[in-house]
Design a protein around this ligand. Structure first.
Ligand code: ZN
Length: 148
């Protein structure tokens, strides 16, 4: 019998690493610990711990929006980012990190201006995009770099 192929999906709420069979990705997988829906097309807010776990090893593409509450363009882009998250689910997850609360992460990621979008998969950075973008551009950017 073949081993079922599974992808690692870290829960943005509790940080649990879940292994989800590829065949179940479109069936609304939930975190085994806290029950958070893992691929519901909502933009999850990351903290330092979940950010590092997710960007260092998750199997599905993750696009992180590095933003701050004082940043006007960031706030303007938020609804576009949310729209893109719904469009891209369940193939990719979109999340955001508040760089005012976690400046050390922005520094480590080499971010010079916000909003900045960085696309990760399997612990690697695939690509980054600077500045506020409409939903269609965000979707196209993710698809272009993930072959989907
Ligand atoms: Zn959880």
């Amino acid at each position: 019998m073949a081993v079922t192929e599974a992808v690692k999906l870290t829960c943005p709420t509790c940080g649990q690493a879940n292994r989800v069979p590829v065949a179940r990705l479109s069936e609304g997988p939930k975190c085994g610990i806290c029950g958070t829906l893992l691929l519901d097309g909502q933009v999850a807010e990351l903290d330092a711990s979940t950010h590092d776990k997710i960007t260092r090893g998750d199997g599905l593409p993750v696009l992180v929006d590095y933003w701050a509450p004082w940043c006007g363009p960031c706030r303007m882009m938020a609804p576009e980012f949310a729209k893109a998250a719904k469009t891209l689910a369940p193939a990719a997850r979109l999340m955001k990190l508040n760089t005012e609360d976690h400046p050390e992460i922005a520094v480590r990621a080499g971010i010079r201006g916000i909003p900045a979008l960085i696309l990760y998969r399997g612990g690697r950075e695939l690509a980054r995009l600077a500045g506020a973008r409409p939903a269609a551009e965000i979707v196209a950017f993710v698809r272009q770099h993930t072959g989907g």
